[in-house]
Design a protein around this ligand. Structure first.
Ligand SMILES: Cc1ncc(COP(=O)(O)O)c(C=O)c1O
Length: 457
């Protein structure tokens, strides 16, 4: 009897990947499919430079963060040269980590120490990690580490920290609140909310939200005036995914701390980083920030970080994601208009969310073994040669292929999505015709029914 391996599902169960190259997976059943939702693989799979560097680094000693290692400084230098190019007056120091959960926990706890305050603020629907304070600020209810039963009901993990939520922005990079570029999304009492808070942490993609630069700049100003630190989580969006090295670079303001991860080491080793502003780094002068973890800044990880950052720069992948933003914006808007089942499409660069009518992100649906609408869509996309990820309970599909995706491969992804959404249309129309079935979010039909959020909001 084999030992069961526990996991979290992010899409169809039972898929086994046997090997990969570029944007392609070879599945264990022999099928070759495009990996269309993987922010951890900006260079695709088995990029020759990454394979070579990891092979070379496998001869490295087993070192923890306490030992000096030239490759670690080299990775910091590469970040400075590319990701933080032009940010030399702002950026102060970096600490490498093994996951963004860890990086966010470190950043939040540092903010608590520096401010002498405990409460934390994030926005509704945030997913920011699964350990310590990062789990506390993961306010997306079903991702907080609790247990859901196939027979109904959800048992949450008790809260350990005072975490307050602000509404998510309804504006976006291409959908500003006001013609003058201002933002009206932040609550009027934000200053009061932040008055005794250690930090406000925001990301740029969760729940299909890409706040406009004005949202960021206003949040930064109010946080600074309130004495709260601002932490920008660029785990999913950093390293070019949304057409900039960092999405925050679309705004004028700069945070106190940035966290990076996911594709930071090209997906070949676990990697993350906490990047401090010069102001925060100065506050640490003459102090020891005592916090240990065995594999932080491991020789293999830092070698992969250097290579990933250099390859993204050399291959012009940040600029390419910016160009593809317009292509995806147009094609996905067309697809959304053609499918009654689509409630909303939102995204930036090469990071897109297709939200279906029906489920609600506020509700938790345990895995009952019954295929969800999202499962059916994923299965249809797979039949068309594309592996897409979905957040089952809210029926959101994620399109985030490797940054190296070619025009032809992107077209294959969009054609597969278009075909797969037809499956959900049929379910929706059947539900509308049968009053006993759930009406999948309301009786209205396509264009008029869609929540009117333009692509990119
Ligand atoms: C925005 C964001 N922050 C933090 C995390 C947590 O990162 P990790 O899985 O490396 O702990 C994730 C992971 O999905 C994320 O998307």
């Amino acid at each position: 009897m084999p030992l069961p391996v526990l996991s979290t599902g992010l899409g169809l169960g039972g898929i086994e990947v046997a090997s990969a190259a570029g944007v392609w997976f070879r599945l264990a059943d022999g099928r070759r499919v495009i990996d269309a939702s993987n922010t951890a693989a900006p260079l695709g799979h088995c990029h020759p430079d990454l394979v070579a560097v990891v092979r070379g680094a496998s001869g490295s000693p087993a070192l923890n963060e306490g030992w000096g290692w030239r490759g670690r400084q080299q990775a910091a230098d590469d970040l400075l040269e590319h990701v933080f190019s032009g940010e030399e007056d702002w950026v102060g120091a970096v600490r490498f980590c093994t996951s963004v959960s860890e990086a966010n926990d470190l950043a939040l706890s540092l903010a608590q120490v520096l401010t002498g305050r405990a409460p934390l603020v994030t926005r509704e629907r945030a997913y920011l990690g699964t350990v310590g304070l990062s789990r506390e600020v993961t306010v997306q209810p079903q991702w907080h580490g609790g247990l859901s039963s196939a027979h109904g009901g959800y048992r949450p993990v008790p809260k350990l920290a005072d975490v307050r939520q602000i509404p998510p922005p309804s504006c976006g990079v291409h959908a500003r609140c006001a013609p003058d570029g201002g933002c009206h999304c932040l609550p009027a009492d934000l200053a009061a909310t932040l008055a005794d808070v250690a930090a406000v942490i925001i990301d740029y993609s969760q729940g299909g939200v890409q706040p406009a630069p004005a949202y960021q700049d206003q949040l930064a100003r109010v946080a600074r005036e309130a004495g709260a630190l601002w932490i920008a989580d660029e785990a999913a969006t950093g390293l070019g995914r949304q057409g900039r090295w960092l999405t925050l670079q679309r705004g004028q303001s700069r945070p106190d701390i940035v966290t990076l991860g996911k594709g930071l080491a090209g997906g070949v080793t676990p990697a993350a980083a906490v990047v401090l502003s010069q102001r925060i780094a100065d506050m640490l002068r003459d102090q020891r920030w005592q916090s240990f973890s065995t594999f932080r800044g491991h020789p293999l990880t830092v070698a992969a970080i250097s290579t990933t950052v250099r390859c993204i720069a050399r291959q012009g992948l940040v600029e390419r994601a910016d160009v593809l933003d317009a292509v995806l914006r147009r094609r996905l808007a067309e697809i959304a208009a053609a499918h009654p089942c689509v409630r909303r499409v939102a995204g930036l660069g090469l990071h897109w969310t297709v939200e279906l009518r029906g489920g609600s992100w506020r509700e938790w649906h345990a895995d009952t073994g019954e295929p969800t609408p999202a499962d059916r869509i994923l299965a249809a996309a797979l039949d068309a040669g594309v592996l897409i990820a979905a957040n089952g309970e809210e029926a959101s599909l994620f399109i985030a292929p490797p940054l190296i995706v070619s025009d032809g491969e992107l077209d294959t992804i969009l054609v597969a999505l278009d075909r797969a959404l037809a499956v959900a249309d049929k379910t929706l129309l059947a539900a509308l015709a049968d009053p006993v079935l759930p009406t999948a979010g309301g009786p209205a039909l396509p264009a008029a029914a869609k929540r009117g959020v333009p692509a990119g909001a």
